[in-house]
Design a protein around this ligand. Structure first.
Ligand code: AMP
Length: 399
């Protein structure tokens, strides 16, 4: 009988979910995809089938509390009626931080959950929400198997030199090192690329996950060798509301000279900087591209400039570049940003096919380009489903 897996990506104010079905080791196939947004304000749920048709939609009144337990209880009851007799084999979660301990997905047990809890100080804005979803599912369905899939895991095999900060060893021993994130997205890109363009996948590729959060990953033969996010999700590229790399001395200046509190600096760097901070208009790339405010242009230019600067650095980590892959909201949907970013990489031999880029083709480099440029829609939920199925089938084999 076909098995179903529920993939969950739980954030502070939204939860993305997807149901995949799988027959006999075959690739998981999307059956339902949905999202609840506005948790804590005015929750709104939509679930669609694989063709995008709305299966259910629900709004909660403003101020009407929607607890994780109530939401997952309702979702699992609803799924029971929509799985067409298929067995829900388990739930897979996106967990932002696996630290040093988790370099691969793990089955959730009281021990592994405690291990993930212990990593909360490394990702205080994300990890608690990820773990709340695990606990809520366990409360309503204690017998359902759960698997934790880590956003850091794909980077765990990077060379030591790429993982170190130039700080004393005793700090590194306490976990202060470069971890990297968006790993489930990059793992999906590597897998997909190996299928559609195996010779490129075997080479030196930079994958660019450009969404609200944005990072680059240098991959050699499908493995991560370097990445722009590091100890936290703040590092690297300009993002929707996050600053990306800045001089650490600026933080000291704000704290010591300007009398800012640590909390206000945290809010500044995570919530008030990036595209929003520079433009003063929006954190949303679409809104900036449509705006005629010169500061919106400045924010987009800075985004492209820093993209190219970081891509240059990762090209050095790779010792050259064969391919560039764009993904996530901006990478998949904003030809104007791809064009600006690629123009700054002309020195590397990147030549875009402007018409293919505008059309949103899968292959957007010109025939003579020294670097192959592709657009690949990412699918982190599918990656979670794959890991979850794999781990659960291994568990069945050993019992
Ligand atoms: P994500 O975090 O992957 O959902 O990506 C969100 C970002 O993608 C936001 O900055 C959106 O403005 C941007 N985005 C989505 N669609 C488009 C589009 N058609 N054109 C430009 N930016 C887009």
């Amino acid at each position: 009988m076909a098995q179903a897996i529920l993939s969950l990506n739980a954030g502070s104010s939204s939860i993305k979910f997807a149901v995949f079905k799988s027959e006999q080791q075959a690739d998981p196939v999307l059956s339902v995809a949905g999202k609840v947004e506005g948790i804590g304000t005015a929750p709104h749920l939509v679930a669609r089938d694989s063709r995008g048709a709305v299966l259910t939609e629900r709004r909660w009144d403003k101020g009407q509390a929607l607890t994780h337990e109530a939401f997952f209880g309702d979702l699992l009851d609803w799924l029971d009626e929509h799985l067409d007799g298929c067995d829900l084999a388990g739930v897979g979660h996106r967990i932002v931080h696996g630290g040093e301990a988790y370099a691969a997905p793990v089955l959730v047990t009281p021990e592994t959950l405690a291990g993930m809890e212990a990593l909360t100080p490394l990702a205080p804005l994300h990890q608690p929400h990820n773990l709340a979803a695990i606990r809520a599912v366990a409360d309503v369905r204690p017998d359902l198997a759960q698997v934790a899939c880590f956003d850091t895991a794909f980077h765990a095999g990077q060379p030591e030199v790429a993982r170190r900060f130039a700080i004393p060893h005793e700090l590194e021993d306490r976990g202060m090192r470069r971890y990297g994130f968006h790993g489930l997205s990059y793992e999906y890109i590597a897998l997909h690329l190996a299928r559609i363009d195996p010779s490129l996948a075997a080479g030196r590729v930079i994958a660019a996950h450009l969404g609200n959060g944005a990072s680059l990953c240098a991959m050699q033969g499908g493995r991560s060798v370097d990445t722009t996010m590091s100890f936290t999700t703040l590092d690297g590229l300009v993002m929707g509301t996050r600053s990306g790399s800045i001089d650490p001395g600026l933080i000291l200046y704000l704290l010591l000279q300007e009398g800012c509190t640590a909390e206000s600096v945290q809010r500044l760097l995570y919530e008030r900087s990036g595209l929003l901070g520079v433009s003063g208009v929006s954190s949303d790339m679409r809104a900036l591209l449509e705006s005629d405010d010169p500061r919106a242009d400045e924010a987009v230019e800075l985004f492209a400039y820093r993209f190219a600067r970081e891509a240059g650095a990762l090209t050095s980590s790779l010792g050259g570049l064969d391919g560039l892959v764009f993904t996530a909201g901006i990478g998949e949907n904003a030809p104007a940003v791809r064009a600006l970013a690629c123009r700054r990489l002309t020195w590397l031999g990147v030549v875009l096919d402007d018409e293919a880029n505008k059309r949103g083709a899968a292959l957007i480099s010109a025939p003579g380009s020294a670097v192959t440029v592709r657009v690949v829609p990412t699918d982190e939920e599918q990656m979670i489903a794959r890991h979850t199925l794999h781990l659960l089938s291994q568990r069945q084999e050993t019992t």
